[in-house]
Design a protein around this ligand. Structure first.
Ligand code: NAD
Length: 357
């Protein structure tokens, strides 16, 4: 924070910061569904200009308890990154499994132009991305979705599928009934039918879309092959780390698989269970009309979601575009701003004199 006597930092040196509180107010000012629709639009725009972006699999630091990741990208004008963790054991200690923050910067001078919380924003963008993919992949007229895993991501997924795909009924299952009860209360206010279920088999009954969003640091089998009928779209978001998957291998062999960025998904996604040359389709090609999405009603489609840096870039871009409209940010004195750019030391020395005077 700047001292009382030091000259105020120039406007260029101030960085807009969106806190968790700002983000919540921003979402309510715009409306949850409009935010999800807006995020999906921004993600689709950026996926349609896929080839303009610098792309790299995220940089992951694994431990026995979880993972901490950095997710950078740039479109040549704006650079962005997200810091995100994944620690499935955290909820037992009253902490979130996933927390995040992120930044946009001007490529021309390297100065940050936005710093934002991204725990809420990640849940929103993951849900928007899932629903956007489903718009191209789910069977026409799909109205019922099963959600296996009713933790932090669950209601965001439901809200996005309602707003973007027209889902009007969800069937919920979690190994912990308290998670389902929590989700039930939140979803009841969304104007959508919600059915608590007692098993995965019960939940997927009659559902055209199956979302799996469980958290467990192991090769789990949330869905077995016999539970997946023809024509279903699977939105698998919980398998997003080496050694952390949700679907039985045989489902993958029957499905037409769509991914964000193959070099990352082959290491982190459900397809880590398959050979490195197993065919997958990149979603950006589907959005551009270069590759087909769902080709017939009987096909099983799978979005093997792991979360890619461009989605976070799009989400930050969306938030940045809402700042003037909503006023939901504060300026942070994040960058040193000496009068003479080469006199950084002088700025520090003068601050001591000013403070003692
Ligand atoms: P969370 O810990 O809040 O919720 C996970 C829920 O899964 C818990 O309620 C738990 O009881 C339940 N669960 C665990 N094993 C289960 C099983 N076998 N059957 C049914 N339910 C089970 O986690 P969250 O924040 O909701 O995240 C869910 C998953 O999504 C995590 O694995 C996270 O890493 C992943 N994620 C992916 C993306 C992406 O872009 N793909 C983005 C965010 C989170």
């Amino acid at each position: 924070m700047s001292t009382a006597k030091a000259p105020p930092p120039s406007k260029l040196a101030m960085v807009p910061f969106v806190s968790v509180d700002h983000m919540m107010k921003l979402v309510h000012a715009i409306g949850l569904e409009q935010v999800l629709i807006g995020l999906a639009e921004y993600i689709e725009q950026d996926f349609r200009r896929w080839e303009m972006f610098d792309k790299t699999p995220r940089v992951a630091s694994h431990s026995s308890e979880g993972v901490i990741e950095l997710m950078p990208t740039s479109d040549g004008e704006v650079y962005g990154f997200k810091y995100v963790n994944g620690h499935p054991k955290n909820t037992k200690e009253g902490l979130q499994t996933v927390t995040a923050f992120g930044l946009l910067a001007n490529v021309g001078n390297g100065y940050p132009v936005l710093l934002s919380e991204m725990t809420l924003l990640t849940a929103l963008r993951t849900a928007a991305m899932s629903a956007l993919a489903a718009r191209y992949l789910a069977p026409e007229g799909a109205r019922v979705m099963a959600v296996i895993g009713n933790g932090a991501q669950c209601e965001f997924q439901v809200a996005a599928f309602k707003a973007i795909c027209g889902i009007d009924r969800v069937r919920l299952f979690d190994v912990d009934p308290r998670a389902t009860s929590k989700a039930l209360v939140n979803i009841e206010n969304m104007g959508i039918d919600v059915v608590p279920c007692t098993s995965v088999e019960d939940a997927v009954s009659g559902a055209s879309i199956i979302t799996t969003c469980t958290a467990d640091k192991q090769y789990a089998t949330i869905l077995t092959d016999n539970l997946v009928g023809s024509g279903v779209h699977i939105n698998a978001i919980g398998g997003d780390c080496p050694g952390k998957t949700e679907l039985h291998h045989d489902i993958l062999l029957r499905a037409n698989i769509f991914v964000e960025y193959p070099p990352q998904t082959r290491v982190e996604g459900e397809i880590q269970q398959l050979s490195a040359d197993h065919p997958v389709t990149e979603l950006w090609r589907v959005f551009l009309g270069e590759a087909p999405g769902r080709s017939d009603r009987a096909e099983i489609t799978l979005f093997d979601s792991v979360g890619f840096a461009i989605e976070d870039f799009s989400a930050l871009r969306f938030v940045r575009d809402q700042l003037q409209k909503t006023g939901q940010y504060m300026n942070l004195d994040l960058l040193a701003d000496p009068d003479d750019p080469r006199d950084l030391f002088g700025m520090l020395s003068r601050a001591k004199l000013e403070n003692s005077g």
